[in-house]
Design a binder for this molecule. Structure first.
Ligand SMILES: *[C@@H]1O[C@H](CO)[C@@H](O)[C@H](O)[C@H]1NC(C)=O
Ligand SMILES: *[C@@H]1O[C@H](CO)[C@@H](O)[C@H](O)[C@H]1NC(C)=O
Ligand SMILES: *[C@@H]1O[C@H](CO)[C@@H](O)[C@H](O)[C@H]1NC(C)=O
Ligand SMILES: *[C@@H]1O[C@H](CO)[C@@H](O)[C@H](O)[C@H]1NC(C)=O
Ligand SMILES: *[C@@H]1O[C@H](CO)[C@@H](O)[C@H](O)[C@H]1NC(C)=O
Ligand SMILES: *[C@@H]1O[C@H](CO)[C@@H](O)[C@H](O)[C@H]1NC(C)=O
Ligand SMILES: CC(=O)N[C@H]1CO[C@H](CO)[C@@H](O)[C@@H]1O
Length: 801
């Protein structure tokens, strides 16, 4: 009480600086550095004491950390900063409804005085907490989510509220661990600034994509921004997709996850308390919390809300080859993919009648050999053709399917073909037009899958050819830490009009909506399961597409980063993921490409892709030794395709991950929590790639238990230790966990794994046995190496001992 009075005095009286500092500081100093929640996150402002105190916050300078990072905030909330209070709380069929009231204005425009709190005990392991404007509807993400029918009977969590100031405290019943405690900082809910903070039970936090970096996030004052952006993955920038979901490992091996269903530009600030702040500039605060208690279950529970991933066609799991700059069809080596150079003037739904004249026959030829053809498409539609000469634009314009400016004109930006309009996939009519375009093109070039690129959407101009109007959408009161400091940086104006809402709200959904239209068109055209790879993604994307990790470079560190990249997408429910094998930009080397082909053979989506004007990097251009190593590892992948396909089936049915971090299987082993240089397929195949140049061994962690060398069957008993493994250039270390069943198929070359003599076989390793028990033959017909033959998943996927 005493403290509270002092602070009010300090705020209300605006004492002369010397005095206010002495009063304020002694009070503010009670807040330990790790618990200082930023009251002045604006980046382009040098926060002065005066600015800080004008918000009623504490100002204490701390030495800035090295490397230009933001460290301890100088301006932070005093413990009694005004927030909402919970005025009433009533029972509902599924939980509770409450009213939150703010008596003192916050410092952002249009802050909302009365909020509605909805709490639903949806299942025993899932809690739903939603905070909205009590009086007026606001934009909400147009994502269908399941609704609970009745209140959970025996939730494994319990929830308590702090009434004034309002806060949520969530506990795990079994252990008493406090999972969320939002009383640490004030709740702010203004029209364009929504912020809520919480303490966390540990520093082991994963997810929150898309970013480049290790799998485990640093809690050392890092800020992760979510705003879809086309940029070669660098630094801590916001990248192509937005995934407001984190997984947190608690002490003792339990895990929980939190999903904020919000598509606006946002940032998530992490600090060493450990604590986390969600800061978004629109929508509502709609949280789903998943209690696991095991990390695999958390991810399943998350996908029960956002949807399980699609089952890819079997051929999608084969090896894909692509490059930008094949130049013409005759140069296209065994190509299953084409980048934009197949197009005529880089325009969608066209192909270059000179250089790619033989594209239709190439595709026909691929089909004859059981191969498939995938081509790229961009959402920017060329807008400068004479009327009547380019149907996609003429018809899109006629039907009103493009993004408009605030003035109601078609918004024009610039992408590969030059000036372009942008398809509005939030309009169902656009899906029909997209289908018709694809049907018309398919009649000439019978493609099998689609690669949707540039769908952040990317724009070579900021906003549009006319820039963006001034206004609160393009220049909001607060702009999260997006690359370029502006929402319209290298994309369209936030104020652009779309059918479902303004682009400000829909930007992060652009890739998702395009993927939905594309997958649906493919089904209608081919009557088969669709194959789509998208650059921009949002939660639930796995239902429609996979993802590749973008335009990375041919460098060793990029190869390493691809592992945390693909494991993060496992967490996001998009299991069909991989990076460009051997690197996209820059020049690869034989050694790097060999190691990367070995790692890439275990990407769930394995595609070697290169940029234009660089040395070729498809396996055929290397020395015989490198070629053989690459071929061998691809054959190993092919021998394991039934296993991979089975894993995808389980992902599709119940949200299991395919590529899996080690800690998912060994959550109680704290060593595994930071491992992101190795990964598992399912629960039982350990992949330990070489990620450094000039070595012939690799040190990897072998979790406790007995593991079998994939190639020789020799066993290794580990008590949970780092093991130095031999790794000559032609060898990828693979180990099978005791008690596993891996369905395999036999390739003709070289000797099949574990000596399985022929065809499809299932190799059973017993807990107690040193050597694998002879393979049990499947009565089915032999399978060819080529993955075109679709097979149902094996009966006994990943059985337990
Ligand atoms: C709870 O019920 C009381 C009494 O019926 C009512 O006055 C109040 O508005 C209700 N609160 C909410 C948040 O629905
Ligand atoms: C939470 O609240 C309930 C009743 O509202 C109370 O019985 C319980 O003790 C509280 N739990 C904790 C851990 O404070
Ligand atoms: C929640 O956080 C507040 C503020 O740091 C603290 O005083 C309180 O003890 C915490 N509650 C629980 C249950 O940990
Ligand atoms: C293009 O030509 C058609 C047919 O002549 C006409 O109806 C349409 O208005 C023209 N569109 C534009 C944008 O000029
Ligand atoms: C964009 O403008 C066109 C042409 O006026 C119109 O048909 C269409 O409905 C507009 N779309 C939106 C989302 O405002
Ligand atoms: C591993 O442990 C098992 C069971 O304790 C034992 O039978 C086996 O000989 C051990 N294998 C090796 C390679 O040490
Ligand atoms: C450094 C780099 O560019 N690597 C990255 C390639 O793309 C993805 C980001 O989407 C990263 O995860 C890679 O590791």
């Amino acid at each position: 009480m005493e403290r509270r009075k002092l602070c009010l005095l300090f705020k209300v009286l605006r004492l002369p600086p010397a005095l206010s500092r002495s009063v304020g500081v002694s009070f503010c100093l009670l807040v330990p550095e790790s618990h200082r929640f930023d009251c002045y996150p604006e980046r382009r402002v040098v926060v002065t004491q005066q600015l800080c105190e004008s918000r009623g916050c504490c100002f204490i300078e701390s030495p800035p950390p090295a490397g230009g990072k933001r460290g301890v905030p100088w301006c932070f909330y005093p413990p009694d900063f005004p927030s909402y209070s919970l005025e009433s709380l009533n029972q509902t069929a599924l939980g509770m409804v409450g009213l939150l009231v703010r008596r003192e204005k916050a410092y952002y425009p249009r802050d909302i005085e009365m909020l509605r709190l909805d709490v639903e005990f949806e299942t025993d392991t899932r809690l739903h907490i939603k905070i909205t404007d009590a009086a007026n509807p606001r934009y909400e993400v147009p994502l269908e989510v399941p609704r609970a029918m009745k209140k959970a009977e025996n939730p494994i969590y319990s929830l308590n509220f702090s009434w004034d100031p309002f806060g949520v405290v969530l506990w795990r019943r079994a252990t008493g661990t406090v999972l969320l405690n939002t009383t640490v900082a004030p709740l702010i809910f203004a029209d364009q600034f929504l912020q809520i903070s919480t303490l966390l039970p540990s520093k082991f936090l994963y997810g929150l994509g898309e970013h480049l970096g290790p799998l485990l996030h640093s809690m050392d004052w890092s800020t992760l921004t979510l705003w879809a952006r086309d940029v070669s993955p660098t630094g801590s920038f916001n990248l192509y997709g937005a995934h407001p979901f984190y997984l947190l490992m608690e002490e003792g091996g339990d895990a929980h996850g939190v999903f904020l269903l919000n598509s606006n530009a946002m940032e998530v600030a992490l600090q060493p308390a450990p604590g986390l702040t969600w800061r978004t500039i629109g929508g509502v605060l709609d949280f789903y919390i998943f209690l696991g208690p095991d990390p695999n279950m958390v991810i399943q529970q998350y996908q029960q809300v956002i949807g399980f991933p699609a089952m890819p066609p079997f051929w999608a799991l084969g090896f894909h080859l692509c490059r930008w700059g094949y130049g013409s069809t005759p140069q296209t080596y065994d190509a299953q993919w084409n980048d934009i150079d197949y197009m005529d003037g880089y325009r969608d739904f066209t192909f270059d009648s000179q250089k790619f004249a033989s594209l239709p026959s190439l595709v026909e030829d691929l089909h004859k050999h059981g191969q498939h053809y995938v081509m790229i498409l961009d959402p920017g539609i060329s807008s400068t053709n004479p009327n009547g000469s380019y149907w996609p634009f003429d018809e899109g314009l006629r039907r009103g399917l493009f993004l408009n400016t605030t003035q109601g004109q078609t918004l024009i930006g610039q992408v590969w073909p030059g000036f372009t309009a942008f398809a509005d996939f939030s309009n169902p009519d656009t899906h029909q037009w997209w289908l018709e375009n694809l049907q018309r093109f398919h009649a000439h070039v019978p493609f099998d899958g689609l690669w949707i690129d540039m769908n952040e959407p990317s724009n070579f101009m900021d906003g549009s050819e006319e820039g963006c109007p001034s206004g609160e959408l393009d220049s909001p009161p607060y702009t999260p830490a997006v690359l370029g400091d502006s929402l319209s940086a290298k994309t369209v104006c936030a104020s652009a009009k779309q059918k479902a809402s303004v682009h400000y709200n829909l930007h992060n959904l652009y890739g998702l909506m395009e993927a939905k239209a594309t997958a649906s068109a493919l089904v209608q055209i081919r009557r088969k399961r669709p194959f789509v790879i998208s650059r921009s993604t949002f939660p639930s994307q796995g239902r429609y597409s996979g993802h590749w990790l973008g335009d990375n470079r041919s460098q060793w560190k990029d190869m390493y980063y691809s592992i945390p990249g693909l494991l993060s997408f496992s967490l996001f429910g998009i299991p069909l993921v991989g990076a460009d094998i051997c690197g996209f930009s820059g020049s690869t080397s034989e050694e790097l490409c060999t190691r990367w082909m070995q790692l890439g053979a275990f990407y769930p989506f394995a595609r070697n892709h290169n940029t234009q004007n660089e040395k070729a990097q498809d396996p055929t251009v290397f020395s015989p030794a490198a070629r053989t190593a690459m071929k061998d590892v691809l054959l190993t992948r092919y021998s394991l395709l039934p296993f991979l396909y089975t894993l995808f089936h389980r992902a599709h049915l119940q949200g299991d991950t395919v590529a899996r971090p080690l800690f998912f299987e060994f959550p109680q082993d704290v060593t595994t929590l930071g491992l992101d240089k190795q990964f598992l397929w399912g629960r039982s195949l350990l992949v330990t790639p070489v990620l450094d140049p000039g070595v012939d061994s690799v040190t990897g962690y072998v979790p406790r238990g007995t593991w079998y060398d994939f190639y020789t069957g020799s066993s290794m008993n580990s008590s949970g230790e780092m093991v130095k493994m031999s790794a000559p250039l032609d060898h990828l270390n693979l180990h099978i966990r005791e008690g596993a069943i891996l369905p395999t198929q036999v390739s003709t070359h070289p000797s099949p794994p574990l000596g399985c003599p022929q065809h499809v076989c299932v190799c059973v390793l017993h807990l107690s046995s040193q050597t694998p028990i002879p393979c049990a033959h499947s009565p089915t017909a032999p399978m060819s190496l080529n993955p075109r033959n679709q097979r149902p998943p094996a009966r006994q996927p990943e059985g337990t001992p």
